[in-house]
Each structure stands twice: as C-alpha cells, then as structure tokens.
Design a protein around this ligand. Structure first.
Ligand code: PMV
Length: 351
C-alpha cells in the first residue's frame, strides 16, 4: 500500500421519537426494553456531516474531530462501532486479496453538525448514524441500512433510526446478541410530506441526567415502567404505524403527546426522580393544548426527549396556527431554520 488516503463522506439527520425508547435490557449492546418509532428530519434540516478516512500515513491511532474539537474514542460505544465495521471489512479482504487492507489502518473521522451546538439538541443519533455509514462507505461494505442500524445502535440506541429517512421504527428484538434489534422504515418521507416540526430550544444546557443513567435508574426503581414497556408501548406501536399509513394526524398527534407524557411520568416515578421538563416546557404543553382546543381537533403535538426542549409536530396547512403562534409568542432569536422544521429560542421570560 502506498501512502494513499482513502476517504468517504455522508450525512445523517436527527430523528425525534414519537414513541420513546427508554430502558435497556442489555446496556452493553444497547438493547431496549421496548420498541420505538421516530420521524427522521429532512437531510436539509438538523444533520451531521461526516468524513471517514484512513491512510498508512496517519498517526497510529483512531481519532474523531467533532465541530473542530477532538473527541475521546476509547469509550465502549465508539469502539464497538469501529470493531464491527473493521471486522466486516476484514471479511471482504479475506475474500478478495486484491483489496487494500484498510481494516488495519488508523481511522480519522471528521464530523460537523449543521445546527448550532449551543442549541443543546440531541445529536448522538445523527452523529453515530453518520459515523457508521461513513466508515461503511469507506470500507465499501455491501451492508444494507438494516445491517448498519444494528451497528449504529451500539453507538447510541436512537442512532439506529437515523439510518432511514421518513417514519422509522426500531424493533426491540428478542435475541440476546441483538441481531434482530434493528430499525425499519414505516413509510418514506414522501408518503406524508406535509409533516412539519418546530423545535423550541428552551435550554442549551447539557442534560442533567444522561439517558443511559436515567434509563438504568428508571428500570430499577419505577413501578410505572413495567406496564409501559409490556403493555402501553406495544399497543401504541401498532396504532402509530396505522396512523402513519393512513395519514391520520389526530391519532399521530394524540399518541405522540401521550407517549411523551408517559415517558416523563416514568422519569418522575424514578427514584431519585428525574425532571427533564421545566416551567417553559410545561407552558409549551399548555400552548399546544390551547391551539388544539381553539381548532376543535388535534393540529399540533408536542414531544420532549431527555431535556426541556419541545418538538412540536404539525401539518403544513396549519403552519400559521401552530408555528406562527409559537414564533409570535417567543420571537425568533438565535433560531435555526430548515425546510422541514425550524428551531426557535425560548427563554424563561417568554411565557
Ligand atoms: O439513544 P439515546 O441513548 O440518546 O437515548 C434516547 C432516548 C430518548 O431520546 C429520550 C428517546 C428516543 O427514543 O429517542
């Protein structure tokens, strides 16, 4: 091999769950206690752009640069992704001796998020999805998005859903090795292109309790949790997929809000309790309720991940009543704008 640099780039968008993943049955493999479902934002919206390269001329260690700053790659999650991808490449190299031995070379990963880092939005999903696909492209692996979702899941659970566009499920699976815990596409983005999301940046601060710690404490202490995992979520997974298939926004919205509430209820039921929502989050919930009451039906749906930032789903035809009202109320400060969704900055004083 010469000192050639091998390189491949890709992008992966953020996904926002409407049926939440919360609870791991295997923390090492990131195997969940329930299936989940999300909407992947458009490529032009919040996304991570990643270039993976390798070369005999590189220093002899793997490296990852995120938004210009060096990241630690020694963590078990990142290592699991590197290991799986290298092993697939090694198989290819074993079958075809003419292939360069890229699996033996140090990797250099360079990632950029196109949204303000200060927005405090969960980026690990897009980050790991982009990292895994960039390396898979670099290694010219014949892997399908399903195969890659199995690997990205080990980086960050929710990352497996960002390997697909549109409406995406993550099947919890039954196998102990996680081989059937993969993402699948419920419908492409083009199936329901009127869907919009507005992201209300309530706080740019890092979340107080990490999702991994939070999930483990919830599983260990919450009595609400078992019923959510075994009964509530399986029913909702079915209803949600049907609602998406027939483009029934009222059902989509109602399940989205109820599932967010259910997830945050298990957080409150965790001991010691976990509070991700704050007063601004609760004011946003009230505002959505008021919008829906004025419309006489559900035209807006809120959902919150492990933090106070609200994501509001609505259909384009209701842009003025939903996004217009939120923007008028809070003003557009340090916002981020995309084609599928906007992010607007809310402050504690806004309400
Ligand atoms: O993938 P993680 O470990 O960052 O966990 C994500 C958990 C939630 O965002 C709260 C829910 C979800 O399904 O994305």
């Amino acid at each position: 091999m010469t000192d050639e640099i091998y390189r491949a780039s890709t992008t992966a968008p953020v996904n926002i769950a409407v049926i939440k993943y919360w609870g791991k049955r295997d923390p090492k493999l990131n195997l969940p206690t329930n299936s989940s479902l999300s909407v992947t934002l458009s490529q032009s919206d919040l996304r991570t752009h990643t270039t993976a390269s390798c070369s005999p001329s590189y220093p002899s260690f793997d490296s990852l640069l995120l938004n210009g700053s060096e990241q630690d790659v020694s963590g078990a999650r990142t290592q699991a992704c590197f290991r799986e991808l290298r092993s697939l490449r090694r198989n290819l190299e074993g079958q075809d001796a003419s292939l360069p031995k890229l699996s033996t070379l140090p990797l250099k990963i360079v990632s950029e998020n196109n949204f303000p880092t200060a927005a405090g939005l969960a980026s690990s999903a897009a980050g790991f999805a982009a990292l895994v696909r960039a390396i898979a492209n670099l290694y010219e692996l014949p892997s399908s998005p399903t195969d890659l979702s199995r690997i990205a899941r080990q980086g960050s659970g929710s990352a497996c859903r960002s390997l697909f566009g549109g409406y995406v499920g993550w099947e919890q699976g039954k196998e102990v090795d996680g081989s059937d815990s993969v993402a699948f596409q419920v419908a492409p983005e083009s199936h329901w292109p009127e869907m919009r999301a507005i992201i209300l940046v309530v706080s740019a601060a890092k979340k107080g309790v990490s999702s991994t710690t939070g999930m483990q404490t919830t599983v260990a202490t919450s009595s609400l949790f078992a019923a959510r995992a075994s009964d509530t979520v399986p029913k909702r997974m079915k209803q949600m997929q049907e609602a998406i298939q027939i483009k029934d926004f009222e059902t989509f919205g109602k399940i989205t809000m109820m599932d967010s509430n259910s997830f945050h209820a298990t957080c409150l039921d965790t001991y010691p309790p976990i509070f991700y929502l704050n007063d601004v989050s609760r004011a946003a919930i009230k505002m959505v309720e008021a919008i829906n009451a004025a419309a006489g039906r559900i035209i807006a749906a809120y959902t919150f991940d492990a933090g106070p930032n609200a994501v509001i789903y609505y259909l384009q035809e209701n842009e003025a009543q939903v996004a217009g009202l939120f923007k008028a109320f809070m003003g557009e400060k340090d916002g981020w704008k995309g084609t599928r969704g906007d992010a607007i900055q809310a402050s504690e004083e806004a309400f």
